[in-house]
Design a protein around this ligand. Structure first.
Ligand SMILES: [Zn+2]
Length: 254
């Protein structure tokens, strides 16, 4: 077990000396409809990262539980940081890791709103020969989602509700699935002629849901979660097979 939060610095020294890869789970604290907990995204990222740690030789870092969620601010309890704060935070964490000798980092992400800032942070970290990658679980398993999930929508709908029925069943309020669906939207966002006109979540969904939680099941969640862990394990074995040299910024072509 290599969970940094539970190690003394004496034991952490051994881990940093023997490993060159860390996992950093990140999510959000934001509304997930009337039926899912605010921590849905970070709980999911942390669960996937923990299961992956059990199967691989990596160091698991403490979870970042507040992300870029300002667009959900009209719903009680949503917390957020700005994209630039998150970007700089990740860059600082990467540099701190490097100071202890770890130069490879996989950010296990559970929240789509974090992606632009994480992408920028990963790109900037490479300037310091720190190789960071964002693993957004739902983007890694499009084939599995297509086979398993029958309804549309990406927020607090069929897929996220199925996942939470597995990892936090006590936080799921099944009696509100119907209400969340009826007062929600079938898809994320609001566009007119291809132009985004819905700035905030409240502009297109009254319940905060974009999707259909009534189609969720524990079985579907298990399939999704297992696939997410499997793909991450596969990515880690690829990453271990390539050299730092091949990950560095390429020289300009002549
Ligand atoms: Zn979510």
């Amino acid at each position: 077990m290599a969970l940094l939060s539970k190690l003394t610095w004496f034991d952490a020294r051994k881990q940093f000396n023997s490993k060159n890869l860390a996992l950093l789970p990140i999510g959000s604290t934001e509304q997930h409809g009337p039926h899912l907990p605010l921590g849905t995204d970070w709980l999911t990222a942390e669960w996937i990262a923990k299961k992956t740690e059990e199967k691989t030789d990596i160091l698991l870092l403490p979870t970042i539980s507040i992300g870029v969620s300002e667009h959900h601010r009209h719903f009680w309890g949503t917390l957020w940081v700005s994209p630039s704060t998150l970007k700089n935070y990740i860059i600082d964490v990467g540099k701190a890791l490097k100071s202890h000798g770890i130069s490879r980092l996989i950010i296990v992400n559970g929240h789509g709103g974090n992606n632009p800032a994480l992408d920028e942070a990963c790109r900037e970290l490479r300037l310091y020969d720190i190789f960071a990658f964002t693993y957004s679980w739902w983007l890694a398993i499009p084939d599995v989602l297509q086979k398993t999930i029958v309804t549309t929508g990406s927020h607090a709908g069929e897929s996220e509700t199925s996942v939470m029925l597995n990892i936090c069943p006590e936080g799921v309020v099944a009696e509100r699935f119907e209400e969340g669906f009826k007062k929600g939207a079938p898809e994320w966002g609001l566009k007119i002629q291809g132009v985004t006109v819905g700035y905030d979540t409240i502009d297109f969904t009254q319940s905060g849901v974009a999707g259909n939680p009534t189609a969720a099941s524990r079985e579907k969640g298990e399939i999704i979660l297992n696939a997410s862990v499997e793909r991450l394990v596969e990515f880690i074995s690829w990453l271990k097979s390539v050299s730092d040299e091949s990950l560095k910024i390429k020289e300009h072509l002549p």
